[in-house]
Design a protein around this ligand. Structure first.
Ligand code: GDP
Ligand code: MN
Length: 350
């Protein structure tokens, strides 16, 4: 019995580590577009009065203004709409004609983010559309990503960084995976901080109304034979704190869980061998690997309690140096979160 428990624990750790070792040397080598295309930036907003101004300014600082069309789809009832109107007035009065970004404001009822995005895509005039959450800040120019959105690349997304060192050591690992998978073919996970795609590759009607909208766009793009890549444009998301954080993380995780279970059969049937490999590995890491840890540890504890105590003490020791502490703090809670997220997905739907 103990053998089985120990083998499960070994699988839990060696699988992601060997995947990481395999992927970390993959270099993303994409062709840059010579000219910078116009972009429609779609911002869905629901009660974002305090954040919307900073958001718009951040977008306008990140790309040549004359190439930006802002499409704000607002469903707020807290005065955000009035604030957007003020900003629009300020922008148009303070700048020369050419520099005024084209700005469309769409007022809709509150039906969720993806509904708002679809409205925005319909109203947008450029082939390249991007969506970005109000609570996301871009730390690099948008050009870093848009320059790759041509040819075989159908969609691009950013990479993420965070404000705590534990979360950041997880992010480093995570970003290497995203970019390595993008180098192989496509990343099955995209980010709400910045997800851009081409309307000539993906039409608005093809985007389903589901929770993990960004990752769905990536996966559909890859299934169509185009690449969906995460590139070196860093973005940052203001995460909630306290219990809100737990709920937020569980809801986010559940969206990904649903995403992987929904698309796994489709991807396995596709001809795209490279993407199939990446997607299957990520589905395994999200759906199965956390359980292997829990079951493996339970078996070890039942068959040899002393050994399991020793393992916990070793973990305690590794918790002392900052470097290993950050890895522990990033890895183990995430496994638990993935299990919570599976329960959430099972019982709450979306
Ligand atoms: P989370 O990060 O997944 O928790 O989602 P957020 O609450 O940050 O929402 C993502 C973006 O969608 C934000 O810019 C929200 O303001 C916006 N949003 C969320 N729900 C709606 C909605 O029903 N209508 C509109 N127009 N925007 C929404
Ligand atoms: Mn958010």
């Amino acid at each position: 019995m103990l053998d089985i428990g120990l083998s499960l624990l070994a699988i839990h750790f060696t699988e992601p580590l060997s995947y990481f070792a395999y992927i970390k040397n993959k270099k993303l080598d994409l062709k840059e577009n010579e000219d910078l295309p116009p972009v429609s930036v779609i911002i869905p907003s629901y009660n974002e009065k305090d954040k919307i101004r900073e958001k718009i300014m951040n977008v306008l600082e990140s790309y040549p203004r004359e190439k930006v069309e802002l499409v704000i789809v607002d469903s707020s009832d807290d005065g955000t709409f009035e604030e957007i109107r003020n900003i629009q007035d300020e922008i148009s009065s303070g700048m020369s004609y050419l520099q005024i970004p084209r700005m469309k404001i769409i007022k809709t009822e509150r039906r969720g983010k993806i509904f708002a995005i679809k409205e925005g895509v319909k109203a947008s005039s450029n082939n390249i559309v991007l969506m970005t959450d109000v609570d996301a800040k871009w730390d690099d120019p948008l050009q870093n990503a848009i320059k790759y959105l041509h040819g075989e690349v159908g969609a691009v997304s950013c990479i993420k960084h965070a404000n705590s060192s534990a979360e950041n050591s997880y992010r480093d690992f995570y970003n290497v995976l995203r970019m390595g998978e993008s180098a192989i073919h496509s990343s099955p996970i995209f980010h709400g901080e910045m997800t851009a795609f081409r309307k000539d590759v993906l039409s608005c009607d093809e985007i389903p109304i589901v929770g993990a909208d960004d990752s769905t766009i990536a996966t559909i793009t890859a299934l169509k034979g185009y690449r969906a890549v995460c590139v070196n444009m860093r973005a940052y998301e203001l995460a909630p704190s306290g219990m809100d954080y737990v709920r937020w993380k569980a809801r986010r995780g559940s969206h990904l869980i649903i995403h992987f279970t929904r698309y796994l059969p489709k991807v396995l049937k596709s001809e795209n061998k490279k993407f199939k490999k990446v997607f299957a590995e990520e589905a395994y890491l999200h759906l199965i690997n956390p359980w292997i840890l829990v079951v493996g540890f339970a078996i070890v504890t039942l068959s040899d309690p002393i050994l399991s105590l020793l393992m916990l003490s070793l973990l305690g020791l590794l918790y002392v140096p900052k470097k290993t502490r950050n890895v522990i703090k990033a890895w183990f809670p995430n496994q638990i979160f993935l299990i919570i997220a599976q329960m959430y997905a099972l019982f709450k739907g979306e």
